[in-house]
Design a protein around this ligand. Structure first.
Ligand code: GUN
Length: 286
């Protein structure tokens, strides 16, 4: 049977439209405006694109965005001072520092400086800890987006064998916690996993987040498995975007699969917007 193609563009649009309505109601009925502060240090072209897309999504949904574009030679002290000001502003719900930051600034110090109450990226150790022990907190946007893709595609998670390939702090680790929360049986595989193919082959759901173009081929997959591809790579041969999964082969074996682009990618910003909305609710005691 042909695989179900999971349309991340469509699902993310639905989420953004739902949020647009919720943000409108919050404004009209309670007079509350959701606000995200976006900080970009330096002129990295990829970061500029990401930041522009985030601001555009805010505009579409009706979230107010405050933009701070700081020069490449900004000191850590200057950045920390700005974060401190934004932490203390009652009219700011979420704070996002686009990564990577220039080398004179320590990324971890920056993440730790953002108030956990405004940590809409879900990168703060408090947010990560809350996720681990099942308390309320912000969840890293990409893994949260994967859960939404699965749920909105009616893919059963509870009781299923899930193999996550990759153990990064931003995707692999939080992804494992979220799948566990959904009652999957979770395996986290990585570069030192002895027989990756055999491990993947037993999975009902494979989530690939390794950053290696087309590494997961059809022979890694069980017939009918759900395949979620978090990778965004440049195909070394064609220069086009491709995932960690060899889509053209995998689509013939998988029961459901996400394309790249148009799968997980568009979900990240939608979940960021959702975190901003949730932050505003929390800050207003709702
Ligand atoms: N750089 C690449 N991805 C991200 C992200 O999700 N959040 C932030 N703040 N920076 C990033």
């Amino acid at each position: 049977m042909a695989a179900q193609i999971i349309d991340g563009k469509k699902i993310s649009s639905e989420i953004k439209d739902e949020l647009k309505e919720k943000v409108r109601i919050l404004k009209e009925e309670k007079g509350i405006e959701v606000t995200l502060a976006v900080i970009l240090v330096g002129e990295d072209p990829a970061s500029q694109v990401y930041v522009r897309n985030k601001k555009r999504a805010c505009e579409y949904i009706g979230i107010r965005s405050l933009s701070y574009e700081l020069p490449e030679d900004t000191t850590q002290e200057e950045l920390l001072k700005l974060i401190d000001e934004l932490n203390n502003r009652k009219d700011v719900d979420g704070i996002l520092v686009q990564m990577p930051v220039p080398e004179q600034i320590d990324e971890k110090t920056v993440i730790d400086a953002i108030s956990p109450a405004k940590d809409v990226d879900g990168f703060h150790p408090m947010s990560v800890g809350a996720l681990c022990i099942g308390e309320r907190g912000f969840v890293s946007c990409t893994p949260a987006g994967v859960i939404q893709l699965l749920k909105r595609s009616n893919i059963e998670i509870s009781g299923k064998e899930c193999v996550i390939v990759g153990r990064s702090n931003i995707v692999g680790k939080p992804m494992s916690m979220l799948m566990l929360r959904e009652n999957a049986t979770v395996t986290v595989a990585h570069s030192r996993t002895a027989d990756l193919k055999a491990v993947c082959k037993r999975a009902d759901i494979v989530i690939a987040a390794v950053g290696k173009p087309k590494m997961i081929t059809a022979d890694y997959l069980k017939e009918g498995a759900t395949v979620i591809d978090v990778g965004i790579n440049r195909n070394p041969e064609t220069g086009k975007l491709c995932g960690d999964v060899d889509y053209d082969g995998a689509v013939n074996v998988a029961g459901a699969i996400t394309p790249v682009p148009g799968g997980v990618g568009p979900m990240t910003i939608a979940m960021l917007m959702n975190n901003c909305y949730e932050a505003a609710l929390m800050h207003n005691g709702l």
